[in-house]
Design a binder for this molecule. Sequence first.
Ligand SMILES: [Zn+2]
Length: 186
Amino acid sequence: MATNSGALWVAKFPTSTKTADLVQPFRGNFEAFQRAMVASKISVKITATHRPKERAYMMHYSWMIVKGQIDAADVPPLPALQGADIIWNHAHAKQGAQEMVDGYGIGSLGVPPALNSRHIDGRAVDTSLSWDGDIVIRNKDGSSRNIVGSPRNSTHPDLIAAGATYGVIHLKNVMADKVHWSDDGH
Ligand SMILES: [Zn+2]
């Protein structure tokens, strides 16, 4: 049944936080890096793995409508949408889109959320990482790498270098998305 845009869509098509929803070989690579981090007393919290393409579509077009970059009447349908027959163009189109932007927490973004990302392909992870003091982590080949000083989070260059040995590549533009890792740095 088709349903008007609005807040009720936000809870649908949730983003997974399970590594089981990643594709191989990235899943195994990330899980190995995760084990190494945990062994080094890094607190690892996964905040996103796989994101359904339906959610990416909802985020993208609600933002575009709210920011006046597309008319609700011009939003293309998502092909083969499963249970996501959203009506964008209705009497309260702007309000419906605004509720979704608020629910997704994307109102302050300067660019629209991507329609395509490594998350949709199951090839990206967002992490919240923290630790105390200086630590030593094991690279994939078994050698050790010192991680000294701050920042004690997923932007530390030596942690990023350790991740790369596992095939877990931090976003190349590190500060543009501090928590984002994928199989190719995108
Ligand atoms: Zn991400």
